[in-house]
Design a protein around this ligand. Structure first.
Ligand code: AAL
Length: 356
């Protein structure tokens, strides 16, 4: 066997040059009308859709401070996504936004979404609008189960009709007994990555089916290589409201937090941030399930919702041209910003001429 004296790093670098179409940087600018406002939280924006010349987003909105899970008062907000509703905002240019008021609000006491509705994503399909989002029922405890629900409408301005039940529930096994009933998160894991919470839904219509990507959180979570132990899953249905069947390949990531995906050439591209050994990467799965790292990126948008009315096949990053994301603030009242994806510092180099 001949030794080419090519180091492992050089081999990897050559691969990165094969995949420069996936590499990018990010710039941030204000979303006027959704800026930081003490006392009001705006977070977790959906993707941006363009309907009749107007840009639309939906986002989690709550007011007042939050106190964590253990405040001793079950009526007090735990986090700034608790006691929240989903609001709608519109813009003529993607820069200046006007709040249009609540789109989907918390349900009546006793209903599956009576505590909070939050962290939504939008799908515009066949002249209908589908909002998918997280729900939690009162009381909101450290180990409350959180599910994904859906509302649909014929117009982005509503009215929105809720599904009678959540469309995806955590894979919690009612027969499971926590080691410490007062603190089940520190108990014994059931071994399922999404047994406690299903979060961050991201819905697509692909190959004749609805594909619901989501983030799973599990009982007895511990640190995973310095980040939270977060993984993504996907579930399929013939109709948008389900029933959804989980992929046998779940979990389909070992990394990431809020889901952010877009279609490209028959496959799916994903931006994975925050948690796990592959945080801050862009990955591609030709089949939408088996993702491989294509680029390592820096300073990615958090909880981002990209602009969706694009030609996704034009380039791998067409689905990430610009969008909205959220920013945490020291005072606890997060807000929404605009991000733009930049590629002006990508050098399409000829690998033969690189001084390896
Ligand atoms: C976000 C999302 C979900 C979580 C919380 C609000 O970053 O992952 O929405 O529940 O944090």
């Amino acid at each position: 066997m001949s030794d080419t004296h090519e180091s492992a790093a050089t081999k990897r670098m050559k691969q990165y040059y094969q995949d420069t179409d996936f590499w990018c940087e990010f710039r941030y600018s204000p979303a006027y009308g959704l800026e930081h406002q003490p006392g009001v939280t705006r977070r977790d924006p959906t993707s941006v859709i363009l309907v009749d010349g107007t840009y639309h987003i939906w986002f989690t909105r709550s007011t007042g401070p939050h106190f964590g899970y253990d405040s001793g008062d079950l009526d007090k907000a735990t986090w700034n996504w608790d006691l929240a509703d989903l609001w709608h905002a519109t813009s003529p240019d993607g820069v200046h936004w006007t709040e249009q008021g609540p789109a989907v609000t918390r349900g009546e006491p006793g209903s599956y979404d009576d505590r909070s509705v939050y962290t939504a994503e939008i799908l515009h399909h066949d002249n209908k609008f589908y909002l998918v989002y997280q729900v939690v029922q009162h009381p909101y405890l450290r180990a409350s189960l959180e599910s994904i629900a859906m509302s649909s409408a014929d117009s982005p301005y509503g009215p929105w009709t809720k599904t009678p039940e959540p469309i995806l529930r955590p894979s919690f096994d009612p027969g499971w007994t926590p080691v410490d009933p007062d603190n089940p998160l520190l108990g014994e894991s059931t071994g399922r990555f999404d047994d406690l919470r299903v979060h961050d839904p991201c819905l697509f219509f692909r190959d004749g089916k609805f594909w619901l990507y989501y983030k799973g959180e599990h009982i007895a979570e511990e640190w995973n290589l310095g980040g939270r132990d977060i993984r993504w899953g996907v579930a399929f249905a013939d109709k948008p409201e389900g029933p959804y069947e989980r992929s046998p390949y779940n979990p389909i990531s070992n990394t990431g937090h809020e889901t952010l995906l877009w279609p490209h050439k028959g496959g799916m591209v994903g931006l994975l941030t925050l948690d796990g050994p592959e945080a801050n990467t862009i990955q591609y799965a030709p089949d939408g399930i088996n993702f491989e790292i294509k680029a390592y990126i820096r300073n990615p948008p958090i909880a981002a919702g990209p602009f969706r009315n694009v030609d996704f096949d034009a380039s791998p990053l067409a689905g990430l041209s610009w969008g909205m994301c959220h920013v945490a603030s020291d005072d606890g009242f997060g807000h929404i910003m605009r991000f733009d994806t930049a590629r002006d510092r990508v050098v399409q180099r000829n690998a033969q001429r690189i001084p390896f």
